[in-house]
Design a protein. Structure first.
Length: 297
């Protein structure tokens, strides 16, 4: 959700190169408030990967004709339209025709999962979700509702309008606003999240496509002050009917009913749960190299 602002002077990596001209291409998608090419965030990530894996092709998705439009798209362009644009860009890129890995940051991770489910050609091999909210959010950035009465009030105010047609179609964050108390309202009116999480009907194509991933890697930030609940980064969420106690992915109906194929993927060793001991999207170079680079080789 928040911009990925870190590294700065730590742009260049030391040690032996791990990649080659045969490296699998990589597609990146940024989070809310960021853009494809910010030199302090996605530009830095792209450079790090290219330095560590020489010869790799990295596409950092831009939704819009300019960097400014790309940033605005993260707030105001219908997510389903953004996913369509991303699918088209990926399909038309000749360097990706043999398949690619994908790495999404915050909301960009959700959007890339939708790409995996909806657009299997060319094939996505590994999906790396860095702080992605796969069960959505029920709170505001840096305003976790369970610890503040004011936040609870704001959350209820947003919730009262989050599922109106006007808000759903015009505000990206409303499309992954997940109300665990009024689940019927969420399932009926969520234009994006309820669809890709198979909350209304089970789309067997979505399920088959997601299960074709070699690995689905999810990173949770242990001191996250942006995502509420943070367990959404590991595909968990609040227990149904309330907004205090959470449940893991494995405890959820989504997993037990296997609507997305995640239970089968878990049993096959395709789900990988990683963590970083920091706030949202905050990690250092050594952690990135040790934990994520292996899934890009």
């Amino acid at each position: 959700m928040a911009s990925l602002l870190f590294f700065g002077s730590l742009l260049f990596l030391s040690g032996a190169a791990l990649g080659s001209n045969n490296s699998i291409p990589l597609v990146l998608w940024h989070g809310m408030g960021d853009n494809c090419c910010n030199p302090l965030s996605m530009g830095s990530i792209k450079k790090m990967v290219e330095d560590k894996l020489p010869g790799i092709y990295v596409l950092s998705l831009m939704i819009g004709k300019t960097i400014a439009e790309d940033t605005e798209s993260g707030f105001f362009v219908d997510v389903n339209k953004q996913v369509d644009i991303a699918c088209e860009k990926i399909a038309q890129d000749p360097k990706l025709k043999g398949g690619y890995n994908a790495m999404g940051f915050s909301q960009g991770a959700q959007f890339l999962r939708a790409v995996a489910q909806r657009c299997p050609v060319p094939p996505m091999k590994n999906l790396i979700s860095v702080g992605g909210q796969h069960q959505g959010v029920y709170g505001l950035p840096r305003c976790p509702g369970e610890s503040s009465h004011i936040c609870d009030w704001i959350r209820r105010a947003l919730d009262s309008g989050a599922y109106t047609d006007a808000v759903q179609k015009r505000l990206v964050q409303a499309q992954y606003w997940h109300d665990p108390i009024n689940s019927d309202l969420y399932k009926q009116h969520s234009l994006f999240l309820a669809d890709i999480n198979q909350e209304r009907v089970v789309n067997e194509t979505y399920k088959k496509n997601l299960m074709s991933l070699e690995k689905f890697v999810m990173v949770k930030f242990l001191k996250d002050t942006v995502v509420d609940p943070v367990i959404s980064e590991w595909f968990g969420f609040f227990k149904p009917g309330q907004a205090k106690e959470t449940e893991t992915l494995q405890e959820s109906a989504l997993y037990k009913e296997d609507r997305l194929g995640l239970a089968q993927m878990d049993k096959a060793g395709k789900l990988v749960f990683l963590f970083s001991d920091g706030d949202h999207l905050q990690f250092d170079q050594a952690w990135f190299n040790a934990k994520l680079i292996p899934y890009l080789q």
